[in-house]
Ligand binder design. Structure first.
Ligand code: DLZ
Length: 163
């Protein structure tokens, strides 16, 4: 039974549900591998820290962020027991319009896959102006967005289970 929120203080930014009932996939892009590898390590450690069992975590690599949508779709079709898919990538602004096309495609694509399957598909893709901004967000001075993506996946899997 879903709980009722009565006021804003009922919403916790710090409490992470127990992840032990959940099966979660991680898809990670190989482009900018130094950054995406750090996002992946952060996500994996955070899932385990919050109780997700190692045997309930699937991880796959895809060539670039553009391929994350296809990977999420395939994972949810082939493994319908999954509770969430975390998608990790890093797209760095270049001199051409490639950046805009990839960012738009992956944001819309992941959103559509999540809606189609009624499952959380988490957007853990850094979209930065330069390499330093990406480093700062993958274990640097602005934390690790892989950790945040993992927490979001557990929270959303738990929400779906509670509704
Ligand atoms: C082609 C390309 C470029 C220019 N930049 C990036 C990037 O910064 N980050 C990323 O994840 N992928 C990039 N790619 C590759 C595309 O995501 C995709 O793999 C190819 O266009 C093939 O579909």
């Amino acid at each position: 039974m879903a709980t009722q929120l009565k006021n804003l203080s009922d919403f916790s930014h710090t409490t992470v549900p127990d992840g032990s009932p959940y099966s979660i996939a991680i898809a990670v892009a190989e482009w900018n591998a130094e950054v995406t590898g750090a996002l992946f390590n952060g996500a994996l450690e955070t899932l385990k820290k919050h109780g997700v069992k190692e045997e309930n975590i699937i991880s796959v690599a895809v060539p670039g962020s553009f391929e994350l949508t296809g990977a999420a779709e395939i994972l949810l079709n082939k493994h319908p027991y999954l509770h969430a898919v975390i998608c990790l990538g890093c797209v760095i602004q270049g001199e051409t319009k490639h950046f805009d096309f990839i960012c738009d495609a992956v944001a819309n694509g992941l959103s559509n896959v999540g809606i189609k399957h009624s499952k959380p598909v988490i957007f853990g893709v850094l979209t930065t102006n330069d390499q330093q901004q990406a480093i700062d967000r993958s274990g640097g001075k602005h934390g690790n967005k892989g950790d945040e993506a993992a927490i979001t996946a557990i929270k959303m899997a738990d929400l779906a289970a509670s509704l």
